[in-house]
Design a protein around this ligand. Structure first.
Ligand code: URA
Length: 204
C-alpha cells in the first residue's frame, strides 16, 4: 500500500486518502490555502474527470468544481448526457494557488514542479479508481497525465494515453470557456459538449 494501512474497502480508502492529503507538505501551496481538496465520486467510476486546481470557492468548500467553472461543467455535462455523480471528479493540483488583491484571491496557474509534486496524489487516485477513461480538462491536467500540456487546442478532442496506458480524452477547461468573448463562446461550448458526450459514450 502506498499509504501505510491502506487496505480496507473503497470508502475507507477515500477517507484515508482525504486525511493524508490534508497533511500534505509536498510543496508550499498548503501554507496559504484553506484546505486540500480531494477528488470525489465513486471509487469504481469508469470515468475520471481531472481539472487544474481548486478555485476560491472550492478552497472554502473543500469540494472540487463547485464554483463558476463547476457550474458550467455541470450544465454542459447534463446537456451531454454525462452523469457527474457517476464520475470521479478531481484536480491535478489539490491546493488553491492565488495572489491576494485586497479581499479578493486571484487564481494563479500552478508551476511545473507543483504539478509534478501533486501528481503523487493523482496517481494514487488513478490506482484506486482505475477508470476506463480520463477526461483531461485543460493544459495542467493534460501535463500531469501525459507529461505535456503544450498545444492543447490542437490536441483537444483526441484520445491519448497515460504512461500506464489509460486512455485520456483531451478537452479544454471550463474556465477557458468563461473567459471567451461572447461571440466566440457558443461554438467553443458546443465543442466542449461534444467532448463530454464522447466521454459519456465511451464510459456509458
Ligand atoms: N477549476 C478547477 O480546475 N478545479 C476546480 O475544482 C475548480 C475550478
Amino acid at each position: 500500500a502506498l499509504i501505510p494501512g491502506l487496505i480496507a474497502g473503497a470508502g475507507a480508502r477515500a477517507a484515508e486518502m482525504a486525511e493524508a492529503l490534508a497533511g500534505c507538505r509536498r510543496c508550499p501551496l498548503w501554507r496559504d490555502a484553506t484546505q486540500a481538496v480531494p477528488g470525489e465520486g465513486p471509487q469504481d467510476a469508469k470515468l475520471m474527470v481531472v481539472g487544474e486546481q481548486p478555485g476560491d470557492r472550492e478552497d472554502l468548500a473543500g469540494r472540487p468544481f463547485v464554483g463558476p467553472a463547476g457550474q458550467l461543467f455541470d450544465r454542459v455535462a447534463a446537456e451531454a448526457g454525462l452523469d457527474r455523480g457517476a464520475a470521479y471528479v478531481t484536480n491535478a493540483v489539490k491546493h488553491f494557488k492565488f495572489r491576494a488583491r485586497g479581499k479578493r484571491r486571484l487564481h494563479r496557474a500552478p508551476e511545473r514542479d507543483e504539478i509534478e509534486h501533486c501528481r503523487w496524489w493523482l496517481d494514487l487516485e488513478r490506482a484506486g479508481v482505475r477508470p476506463r477513461l480520463i477526461l483531461a480538462m485543460g493544459a495542467t491536467a493534460l501535463a500531469s497525465l501525459t507529461g505535456s500540456g503544450a498545444g492543447l487546442l490542437r490536441r483537444r478532442g483526441g484520445v491519448e494515453e497515460t504512461e500506464d496506458g489509460t486512455p485520456v480524452l483531451v478537452t479544454v477547461h471550463p474556465s477557458y470557456l468563461l473567459r471567451l468573448p461572447e461571440d466566440a463562446r457558443a461554438a467553443e461550448v458546443a465543442r466542449f459538449r461534444a467532448d463530454l458526450s464522447r466521454a459519456a459514450e465511451i464510459t456509458g
